[in-house]
Write a protein that binds this ligand. Structure first.
Ligand code: UTP
Length: 408
């Protein structure tokens, strides 16, 4: 329990006294809840909004060759056999990153609850679980599925999946854990209030998944079960192949600390992060960091040197994750943050009004010694749903699902 005096001292240290503006109006319970939230909030990180540019600085970028489709096809049987063996030995688990807010899609429910069906119900979660069930059948083995949620969507996610009997997945193999929240601020780094007795918070980014897995005691389960490889994937790609035996086998055979599924970029300036080396270690250069020079660079085959974009599907080797000592860099991202206006009324802004503080899973790649970028066919495996219409939308994903024979 945090006392008023302790809270005041902390707020003074970080210049955040404004969050007590309505303190006297609160009930005793609300007062204590606010004080405890102040006590638990990491305010140190908020300073970083003052040097956003420095945070974003990259090292020296050079190309990292991907394993491309012809090589994969040539070795498919061998890779698949290796991957299936690992899955059957219980060495492969999966982590579904479902803690995001999905603000661009604009639904109040967790993104996975979105119905992409047209003549029938077909939920995003259902698509993903069906894809994973393909591998369960092929390997004749259940695969542990860890689902990361956040305070904002945990209860709704669990209720929905239970109500639908996990869409045919075995309940004992589904484990939920919550990621941490971070405070959200205005452009001067001052924490917003979401309610008179509550700081504005948002999930702290998908990079916290491994720490949150550990904090929730699930790393013990990973060890008990002998899981050595964890396939981390995003909630919003409905064509996502999960625990893909060929990908698992290729990453194992190439002795890499992580495998990353990649697609050939549709255009040099496409909005996906490209695989590269940064100061000699695997890394990802974000689309907004791509200079003209990098876009024009060619490899020895005369092809674009940064031509493979990540699709948020990574296979991590657990012992390497455990060796990762350094914290991940922080991303200070401009977003729309629900808050109170000057008169203390709640508002949902139409345009960005401040910063969220996140760490990203892609930054984990740079902390690992080796990475296998593994090419997949875009039309078969990449149908992200970020928006309602246009690029990466419900519309474009529906089209791709139909092309892949899914009845909507
Ligand atoms: P996005 O970057 O698309 O973010 O997440 P988002 O919050 O879902 O959507 P917008 O930007 O508000 O529209 C990519 C993946 O990472 C997960 C998301 O659930 C999605 O699977 N994620 C993101 C988390 O699990 N936690 C986070 O804090 C952020």
């Amino acid at each position: 329990m945090t006392t008023l005096a302790q809270a005041q001292e902390k707020l003074k240290k970080y210049g955040q006294e404004q969050v007590l503006k309505y303190y006297d109006e609160l009930s005793e319970d609300e007062k204590q809840a606010l004080l405890d939230q102040i006590g638990a909030t990491d305010m140190e990180i908020l300073e970083s909004c003052k040097h956003r540019e420095e945070l974003a600085k990259k090292g020296v970028i050079s190309p990292l060759a991907a394993m491309e489709l012809p090589e994969i096809e040539k070795n498919r049987p061998a890779f698949t056999e290796t991957g299936l063996k690992a899955i059957q030995a219980g060495k492969v688990g999966a982590v579904l990153l479902a803690g995001g807010m999905g603000t661009r899609l604009g639904s109040d429910n967790p993104k996975g609850m979105y119905n992409v069906g047209i003549t029938r119900e077909l939920y995003i979660f259902e698509c993903l679980i069906h894809n994973l069930l393909d591998v369960v059948r092929q390997a004749d083995t259940w695969i542990h599925l860890f689902v990361m949620t956040s305070d904002k969507n945990n209860d709704a996610t669990i209720r929905f999946l239970k109500e639908h009997d996990y869409f045919g997945y075995r309940g004992e193999y589904v484990h939920f854990f919550k990621q941490e929240m971070a405070a959200a601020t205005d452009y001067n780094g001052k924490i917003y209030l979401e309610e008179k007795g509550k700081l504005s918070t948002s999930p702290n980014g998908n990079g916290g998944w491994f720490i949150s897995l550990q904090k929730n005691g699930l790393l013990d389960l990973v060890h008990e079960q002998g899981i050595e490889w964890i396939n981390v994937f995003a909630v919003d790609n409905v064509l996502q192949r999960i625990a893909d035996p060929c990908f698992v086998g290729a990453t194992i055979e190439k002795n890499c600390a992580v495998g990353a599924k990649v697609v050939k970029k549709a255009a040099p300036d496409e909005k996906v992060g490209a695989m590269c080396l940064e100061d000699g270690r695997p890394s990802i250069v974000e689309y907004y960091e791509m200079t003209q020079e990098l876009m024009d660079a060619k490899n020895e085959k005369g092809e674009p040197a940064y031509n493979f974009g990540v699709i948020l599907n990574y296979l991590f080797y657990v012992p390497e994750l455990e060796k990762m000592m350094a914290g991940l860099p922080l991303h200070v991202v401009e977003k729309k943050i629900p808050c109170l206006d000057e008169n203390g009324n709640p508002v949902k802004p139409e345009s960005p009004n401040g910063y969220k503080y996140e760490s990203l899973v892609l930054d984990m790649i740079h902390q690992l010694p080796s990475c296998l970028p593994f090419e997949v066919v875009r039309e078969r495996e990449f149908a992200p749903i970020k928006n309602k219409t246009g690029i990466d939308s419900v519309e474009s994903a529906r089209e791709l699902l139909q092309k892949n024979g899914v009845t909507l």
